[in-house]
Design a protein around this ligand. Structure first.
Ligand code: PMP
Length: 429
């Protein structure tokens, strides 16, 4: 038994399953003790190039010096006051408003799930309606409003498919699930329920499926349908925000939502998330004197998160980080397509910008049903072979992978060599 396995066994005595979220169990079992830039070191001292990037929260690289230095110096003076606002909270809100096109006002919280929870309740408060449309294969957080039809198997697609025991039946039924990239499905659902729908929540790029890009006209069509029916359009930019552009994917595609949720890359691994949008909606929060939509959270705006957010955004402002990670993303995606070709395995490389995922199937990769054609067994073997070669992409079904500012061209090329070896081994196994 190696040190990771031993720690996980000890952990399992006091932490159920040994891990603190359901998706941290991996095969092979791994625990890391140090992250630096693009590299991770595990408990046995083995080094890995990291593309898991903590589900995409790490954008600049692990323990980025500008972020950790700013946080360390700030928390000597301030951690949390729980009254009023700090200068840094205001500076952060000003930065988000400056950069994210649809955002006129913004509040912060601690996780992407909190952000989507608050955004949905705000939409319900604003519209006085109860139902929500979400999309098959999109993950918008852990709460009952959205925990439906996430990575459903074929029989779950289009079915009433709550993802967890213990969910409130009424919440499950208030959530209508449509097919991503299928505007007709959304139109038909709105024809049946238009007067009741408070909001449509969508990952503008469906990275949790993974790898599905919006078809031309899909996001524009959602905008039009929301305008026609009075539902609010919520872009869940928890993955895409700050990672695809400092203004989020909305700055790339030009479609502006009413509300935006942000998280992950905004603070390079620190627990910061945000809900932004039109002033008339945000002012309904009971942070204002007349607001009637509750917004609370003891740790909202804590100094570590806010300073990490400010430090991260500062690194993104001149555009060089995005230029770098988009170029490396392109190199990785085209390199992987060539690898699969040379090995002779049917494959499609999904992703956008700094994200990539090598799926083992014939194209196209445009809908959730397409995703289900992936050869999961080969995918799992390939990822495990990668880990054995020092390249860490999460060895779980259909996990997307992330490139960050600290990866280099040499890292990508070395990873592509490992990918070819790993794929040959996975095919031969
Ligand atoms: N929305 C999206 C698009 C996500 O990918 C995630 C997390 N993977 C969430 C919301 C929830 O964020 P968190 O895990 O920080 O609660």
């Amino acid at each position: 038994m190696n040190a990771s396995e031993a720690l996980l066994e000890a952990a399992a005595r006091v932490i159920p399953g040994g891990v603190n979220t359901c998706r941290r169990r991996s095969e092979p079992r791994l625990c890391f003790r140090r992250g630096s830039g693009a590299y991770l070191e595990d408990l046995d001292g083995r080094s890995f190039i990291d593309y898991h990037a903590a589900y995409g929260a790490i954008l600049l690289g692990h323990s980025h010096p500008a972020v950790t230095a700013r946080v360390a110096s700030a928390i000597e003076q301030t951690v949390l006051f729980g009254v009023g606002v700090t200068e840094s909270e205001v500076a952060l809100a000003e930065k988000i408003v400056e950069h994210v096109p649809s955002v006129e006002q913004v509040v912060v919280c601690n996780s992407g799930s909190e952000a989507t929870y608050h955004a949905i309740r705000l939409a319900r408060g604003v519209t006085g309606r109860e139902k929500l449309i979400k999309f098959q294969g999109c993950y918008d957080g852990f709460h009952d409003y959205v925990l439906r039809n996430v990575l459903s198997r074929p029989e779950g697609v289009g079915a009433r498919d709550p993802h967890s025991a213990g969910m409130l039946e009424a919440a499950v039924d208030a959530t209508l699930v449509c097919r991503y990239n299928d505007l007709e499905d959304v139109r038909a659902t709105l024809e049946r329920h238009g007067e009741e729908v408070a909001a449509i929540i969508v990952e503008p790029v469906a990275h949790n499926s993974p790898g599905l890009l919006p078809r031309p006209g899909f996001l524009e069509g959602l905008r039009e349908l929301c305008d026609a029916t009075g539902a609010l359009l919520i872009f869940d930019e928890v993955i895409t925000g700050f990672r695809h552009h400092i203004g989020g994917y909305q700055a790339v595609c030009g479609v502006l939502p009413d509300l935006t949720t942000m998280g992950k890359a905004i603070a390079n691994g620190f627990p910061l998330a945000a809900i932004g949008g039109r002033r008339e909606y945000l002012e309904r929060l009971n942070t204002t004197a007349d607001g009637d939509v509750h917004f609370g959270g003891t740790y909202n705006g804590n100094a570590a998160a806010v300073e990490a957010g400010l430090a991260t955004i500062a690194q993104l402002e001149d555009g060089t980080v995005h230029e770098h990670i988009f170029a490396l993303g392109e190199r990785m995606r085209s390199g992987l397509a060539e690898v699969a070709d040379r090995v002779g395995v049917p494959a499609v490389v999904g992703g956008f910008g700094s994200l990539f995922v090598l799926c083992f199937m014939d194209g196209p990769l445009e809908t959730y049903e397409d995703v289900l054609r992936n050869d999961d067994a080969l995918f799992g073997r390939y990822r495990r072979e990668l880990v054995a070669r020092g390249v860490f992409e999460m060895p779980e079904s259909l996990g997307r992978s992330h490139i960050g500012a600290s990866h280099t061209t040499e890292d990508i090329d070395r990873s592509l060599e490992a990918a070819e070896d790993a794929l040959r081994a996975a095919v031969d196994a």
